[in-house]
Design a protein around this ligand. Structure first.
Ligand code: ARJ
Length: 417
């Protein structure tokens, strides 16, 4: 199958980064060691579509160590780290990904990985599953099971299940507590700020920092921006989420009002058209706009283009749009996920748990896939607790255990005052 990447001479640089990530991902490395003897993925062919980062490389190498044959593509045109792609290609992984690929090339790459005739699929955003279902239904019917990494992908899959078109079972890795309460919150919080700072190097203290969406990702981003001294404003559409933001001490208002006062805007909603023409029209000179949601539709970029008289790249991942009245708006990473396009994605320590969930789910898919209905499945509660236990152990943290008496009390519904 070969590979298509930017530049194979970047392989050595990529390998060092992967080694660094391995030293920060003890849970996944423990699982690699454990399953490289049993090889539970022997005979499985895995097609994967997930951001090509150093952490993803640690996952890919773990899948191979457990016996799988793997073919890989990215899941976003701007998130591939070319040195990591080179390192994987140099180790014989068929990988089709480079930074800055266009949309046609993006889907071409996904189709290249499908040539492996997958028995298992791994998605982040459900583009691979969708391509398989729409263009290769006969191959899709032969897949035992799939996994999905992110909120947006799980939404798409649940919609497919509801419409009765899903052809094989998919495990929603995103919905594990050890994923969404950590990766989505602390991962997105740190990596989004990291992306904004690499692209702008502005002072956050004292800025009005507008976060659209107070789900797990928005919450993490808001928390970290506040920690850097920004005045954080939240916009929401779900009353309970908005209320949580208010009680967490944030200012909550509509985007119409926020767009007049914001210095920095970040969308984390999973919804399209969160910032549109009338918002751009009201923004202050110098406003910075970016997105950390899976797709680039949260900011209406056609609207921004239509308002602009000129545009130039002022720094890497930072484009200045000049409007008719002379105001400037700065768009980061072309509206793609700022944490992966302008920085390196979430830190390894937090991807450790997300990818341990991926790895165990693929093993489950290989074992049980045949007997599962074509539906979206949750991660078992025991897997969540076991991974959290392992993570704590690698951090040298001990916790208490319930006594027999306490367990009896827990299960005894007659015990009251
Ligand atoms: C690979 C990453 C990284 C990283 O788990 C996160 C999620 O749900 C995705 C939405 O597309 C991005 C994914 N993610 C974040 N950081 N995947 N390597 N370093």
């Amino acid at each position: 199958m070969n590979y298509k990447i930017k530049d194979i001479s970047l392989a050595e640089k990529g390998k060092l980064k992967i080694e660094w990530a391995e030293s920060r991902m003890p849970v996944l490395m423990y699982l690699r060691e454990k399953y490289s003897k049993e090889k539970p993925l022997k005979g499985q062919r895995i097609a994967g579509s997930l951001h090509v980062t150093k952490e993803t490389a640690v996952l890919v190498k773990t899948l191979v160590a457990a016996g799988a044959e793997v073919a890989w593509s990215g899941c976003n045109p701007l998130s591939t780290q070319d040195d990591i792609a080179a390192a994987l290609a140099s180790e014989g992984i068929p990988i089709f990904a480079w930074h800055g690929m266009n949309v046609d090339e993006f889907y071409w790459a996904i189709e290249k990985t499908i040539e492996i005739k997958p028995t298992l699929t791994l998605d982040d955003g459900a583009d691979l599953i969708n391509t398989l279902h729409s263009k290769y239904p006969d191959l899709a019917k032969q897949v035992l099971a799939g996994t999905e990494e992110t909120t947006t992908g799980v939404h798409r899959l649940r919609a497919m299940e509801k419409a009765g078109v899903l052809l094989y079972p998919v495990i929603a890795v995103n919905d594990a507590e050890t994923k969404w309460d950590f990766d989505n919150v602390y991962g997105t919080g740190q990596s989004s700020i990291d992306g904004i700072l690499r692209a702008t190097s502005v002072l956050l203290a004292g800025k009005v920092f507008v976060v659209a969406g107070y789900g797990h990702c928005g919450k993490g981003t808001a928390m970290r921006a506040r920690g850097m001294g920004a005045r954080v404003v939240i916009t929401e559409v779900t009353p309970t989420h908005a209320l949580k933001a208010v009680l967490d001490g944030f200012e909550v208002m509509t985007m119409d009002r926020a767009s007049e006062i914001g210095d920095i805007f970040i969308t984390a909603t999973g919804m399209k058209d969160v910032i549109v023409k009338r918002h751009f029209e009201k923004m202050k000179d110098g406003a910075i706009v970016c997105n950390t949601g899976h797709y680039d539709c949260e900011l209406n970029l056609e609207d921004l283009e239509s308002l602009a008289v000129s545009k130039r790249e002022i720094r890497p991942n930072n484009e200045e749009y000049r409007l008719k009245d002379g105001r400037r708006i700065y768009l980061l990473a072309k509206g793609r996920l700022v944490n992966l396009a302008a920085a390196e994605g979430h830190p390894s320590e937090v991807m450790d748990m997300s990818f341990a969930n991926q790895f165990l789910s693929l093993i489950r898919g290989a074992k049980e896939g045949k007997n599962l209905e074509p539906k979206v499945y949750d991660i078992p509660e025991e897997q969540d607790q076991e991974l959290a236990r392992l993570k704590l152990k690698t951090m040298g943290i001990e916790i208490d255990t319930l006594t027999e008496e306490q367990m009896k009390y827990r299960d005894d519904y007659t015990a009251g005052t």
